[in-house]
Write a protein that binds this ligand. Structure first.
Ligand SMILES: *Cc1c(COP(=O)(O)O)cnc(C)c1O
Length: 485
């Protein structure tokens, strides 16, 4: 496409000169029909400093990874390298249009192709779709693929059950139900792992009806499923497929591949494991990887490399389930993650998982002197504690501790998930935090545990320094329109 200067040439407005980019010079009147043109846009008249101060002031009310530790378990909140912002602001990425002729967007499609192949390698899968917009969306796609597989083989109508552990993230049973499946529970044993005996029971009881098993590994209490090969074998033997909830990939990147554990299909969250901002910083992206048997059913389009070395978006896939989202996915989220992966490079990828496991293990070792570890086994990228004792002894709940840690300058960890651990705190420091930061966090929690013993009311009433005081939760739940009392 010709490289030109874009000028806003509406009468009565000063022409705004933009740097050379991929938008052709044409008067707006030539681009839009008359009815779509307005003479006036009633925007408030504000100076640049006023606008800047407004946004900086509201951004200061917020807490973010650029301000400090954000130790959410499960929903990995990683540092977002600034190089990612440089990448997404390049005009060829930022201004690419989904209806642009392919020959003018070769580099942009190449990034999609490369990302499909990097993720396939990292996950140990044969193909990857970048279309889903979130993890839950990827789960839905994964289950639709499982369904397409069974329907194609002729037992789609008899295989209507999906196994889900009781410890699973809420999106797992929700996605299964959304896809028309009935959920069958699998218990977690006292060691925090899938209860093999219960799994066998459920498989036997529902013989011929199991479509698949949705499992998170490392699982939702941060432990590696040691019996994963046996679990996969049992489920495959029963005619089901293995779905991996890859939200915990941070523990595995570059070290272990779910494809080698027997999983047939999985999603990853680019907005967790691969450093795209989340929690208001979106949009997200939840690519889905599959083994060969599911590849024909993947959504369209797929980025492909042609024999002559050019790249295209291929929609000629007769068995495809269709589309689960617009175009090729959340494009700039993919660009951010690709920049992040290139930033590490192939050789250094294992550092991501090694350091995240090291950091979590360090925290677990130090904090186990203060709080009870939910399952006393080597953790992976996150550690789970139960604060039941604190509640029994001083009536200080996990919620109170989380509110109080705000006063110490930290974002609270994940609490009350997974549901199977009472008064649960789930902490994931991620690989990018220093030992000093982790020590400061542990000291804060130790101080709060001491406060709980000495002056419980202090912890129960926190926070005192945040822009917003503790919400009156029962009031907020009953008065949704006036929650800010
Ligand atoms: C975050 C998460 C999901 C869902 O991902 P979203 O991108 O939030 O939809 C699923 N499972 C687990 C274990 C998660 O942590």
């Amino acid at each position: 496409m010709e490289q030109t200067i874009f000028e806003l040439s509406r009468p009565g407005r000063v022409g705004v000169r933009m740097p050379a980019c991929d938008v052709p010079t044409k008067p707006l009147e030539a681009l839009l029909p008359g009815v779509a043109l307005r003479d006036e846009l009633p925007l408030p008249e504000l100076s640049e400093p006023e606008v800047v101060r407004h946004f900086v002031r509201i951004s200061n009310l917020n807490y973010c990874v650029d301000k400090g530790l954000y130790p959410l378990g499960s929903c990995t909140m990683k540092y977002n390298p600034k190089i990612n912002d440089v990448a997404v602001n390049m005009p060829g990425f930022a201004r690419v249009h989904p209806y642009q002729p392919e020959e003018t967007a070769q580099g942009a499609i190449e990034v999609l192709y490369e990302m499909q192949s990097w993720l396939s390698t990292i996950l140990g899968m044969d193909a990857v779709s970048l279309q889903p917009a979130a993890g839950a969306h990827g789960e839905l796609l994964g289950l639709m693929l499982i369904r397409a597989y069974h329907v194609h083989r002729g037992d789609g109508e008899t295989r209507r059950l999906v196994l889900v552990p009781t410890a699973a993230h809420g999106t797992n049973p929700a996605s299964a139900a959304r896809c028309g499946y009935k959920v069958v529970d699998v218990k977690t044993n006292e060691r925090g792992l899938t209860d093999l005996e219960h799994l066998k029971e459920q498989l036997a009881k529902n013989e011929g009806h199991i479509a698949g098993f949705m499992l998170t590994n490392p699982n939702t209490v941060g432990l590696f499923e040691e019996e994963i090969l046996e679990i996969s074998r049992l489920v495959h033997e029963a005619g089901g497929l293995m779905y991996c909830d890859g939200a915990n990939m941070n523990a595995l990147v570059g070290t272990v591949r779910p494809g080698d554990m027997g999983f047939d299909v999985m999603h990853v969250n680019l907005h967790k494991t691969f450093s795209v901002p989340h929690g208001g910083g979106g949009p997200g992206s939840g690519p889905v990887g599959v083994k060969k048997i599911l590849e024909p059913f993947l959504p369209v389009p797929m980025a492909v490399k042609n024999d002559d070395g050019t790249f295209s978006l291929d929609s000629d896939r007769p068995l495809s389930i269709g589309k689960v989202g617009p175009y090729a996915g959340a494009y700039l989220a993919v660009v951010r993650s690709f920049a992040y992966l290139l930033h590490y490079g192939r050789e250094k990828l294992p550092q991501i998982s090694e350091n995240s496991v090291l950091n979590a293990s360090y925290l677990k070792a130090k904090l186990s002197k203060t709080f009870a570890v939910a399952y006393d086994r080597p953790c992976m990228h996150e550690a789970v504690f139960s604060l039941e004792r604190l509640k029994k002894d001083y009536n200080v709940k996990a919620l109170d501790v989380c509110k109080r840690i705000i006063d110490y300058g930290f974002h609270p960890p994940t609490m009350y998930f997974p549901l199977i651990v009472p008064e649960c705190l789930m902490i994931e420091p991620t690989e990018s935090e220093s030992m000093e930061t982790l020590d400061a966090f542990v000291e804060a929690l130790e101080a709060i545990a001491q406060e709980a013993a000495d002056t419980p009311a202090l912890v129960q009433g926190a926070p005192y320094t945040a822009p917003v005081k503790r919400l009156d939760e029962p009031f907020a739940a009953r008065n949704l329109d006036v929650a800010w009392k």
